[in-house]
Design a protein around this ligand. Sequence first.
Ligand code: ARG
Length: 253
Amino acid sequence: MKKKISVLIAVTLMCMAALTGCGSKQTSSADKIVFATNAEFPPFEFISTNGVIGEYDGIDIAIVKEIGERAGVEVEMQNMEFDSLLVALQNGQIDATIAGMTVTEERAKSVDFSTPYYTATQVMIVPEGSDIKAAADMAGKTIAVVQGYTGETVVQDLGFEYEAFKKGTECVMELVNGKCDVVVIDSATAQKYVSDNKGLTIVEDPDAFASEEYAIAVQKGNTELLNLINGVVEEMLADGTISELSAKYIDAE
Ligand code: ARG
């Protein structure tokens, strides 16, 4: 009898532990939010010796730091491949992702997006003197994009063939070394690469490249975290913090 009761208690305790274990991330008012990014996308996220959260720096990282401070929660930043972010989110490995990530219909099927905090567009980086003046001029040229970025989708939709690389810096190296004619990537990141590398320039084509909005993603249905994030993001949009951060990181050089 005694034994049965203690077994019952043990089982009950195990169940409770299991429940809290599973539920803590999504349901309890979060005391720590685990974010992930892909820190290869300046000025939104990059590695620095003097980062804002650990070794991570950039507009997105500064936004996360503000979320932590304004909401009074601890924030953690992880770094992973861009393609792994949404999978990790869906698996519950992380709570949120911030990665200069464009809201797309496709992505919104698997995660929930916050209020957008930044408007961008795809642009073309070309060597100075290139005859590429508009997106249509990329026909027959060697185009480089980053795998999994919206730039890849956009070039695909235009019907051009392209080469996909793992990182933006790899695309830019191809361009600098004359191995490709054009790189299609997000505007602010392109600006950064052009200022870091001599002989490159940006070509815009608003008719071909629609505007894109960056937002933070959380697991589908995690409204508690989404509301917390939206509260701070909307406050930072209204009080000018986000434009200040953008100006600080984009005009830094
Ligand atoms: N805005 C583009 C997209 O959503 C590129 C984002 C890349 N971000 C990064 N942290 N590597 O696909």
